[in-house]
Design a protein around this ligand. Sequence first.
Ligand code: FAD
Length: 316
Amino acid sequence: MHTDTTIRPTDAGFDPSGSGPASMAAVVDAAIASGRATFSFEFFPPKTDEGEQHLWRAIRELEPLRPSFVSVTYGAGGSTRDRTVRITERIASETTLTPVAHLTCVGASVAELRTVIGQYVDAGVRTVLALRGDPPAGPGTPWIQHPDGLAHADELVRLLGSLGDFSIGVAAFPEGHPESVDLEQDAQVLAGKQEAGARFAITQFFFEASHYFDLIERAERVGCTMPIIPGIMPLTDIRQVRRFAELSGADFPQDFAERVRAVADDADAVRAVGMEAASRLCQELLDGGAPGLHFYTLNRSTATREIYADLGLADR
Ligand code: FAD
């Protein structure tokens, strides 16, 4: 149990021997800096014990794919947050995988954020995805900052930087964050996060490769040069497709929606259309120079494993 919230830089620093938990940040940094594409998987903390069993099955099934890192999202409330920390700790101690911990500013004072960062450090986690988080009442409602907390992700990046040598990632939005004034301001915010100390970014999911490449151009124009890893959400069933087409706000390709609609009653055919679209998107992104792929797994392994097989990534 972590009790001292002062994290000494040496605790979180690079371990030149290359062994022990301190080398974890170096593992992610080295993977990202290697110039070779990184492949990573994202999980979320399930609400039930049964959900957690599913998660662990997925983790074990994905482990042989040797991802560059895996990440665990940070929940909105107390008990899911505890699960995030516990799952991240278990990945660090019981698997061969390198965990990246998500952390948000939602409903937390700086003192509380330092405590969670301390728990991650105790678990040997040195790479953190620093996020503001969605407004406590849900996306689309006003953002309310904790009275003793932080307003934006760049402040969390700075807080982490002041506490140790973390490898820090941040969020990026190919179609712009919904609260951003416009796409140019959105790119400025990303550049600001790099200036604050972020070393890489992972994007929100999107379904058209052009949105990703446009983001890269905008970011480069304002001096943002850190690797921006595209987030991939394979859609495999009709409910998902409907939900994302109607609710996600992401630009949903009409031809894809029509192909899915044409086979809507045939679950296998919908899945095949969804998987083909996801594989094509991944290939376009890699061909266009994306520094990696980050899969939103939804705690399942099958779609990610199929895309791996499709793209011949298992032999990389
Ligand atoms: P910020 O970078 O703070 O941006 C939020 C808004 O404020 C933007 O509109 C931006 O333009 C504006 N802004 C930012 N900085 C400034 C500034 N200095 N001055 C003025 N305006 C500014 N949510 C979770 O709750 N848990 C998770 O684990 C999680 N994981 C995610 C992983 C990825 C890869 C992504 C893409 C998102 C994730 N999210 C998660 C969702 C994310 O927290 C929300 O989208 C949130 O609304 C924005 O977070 P941010 O870190 O981009 O915030």
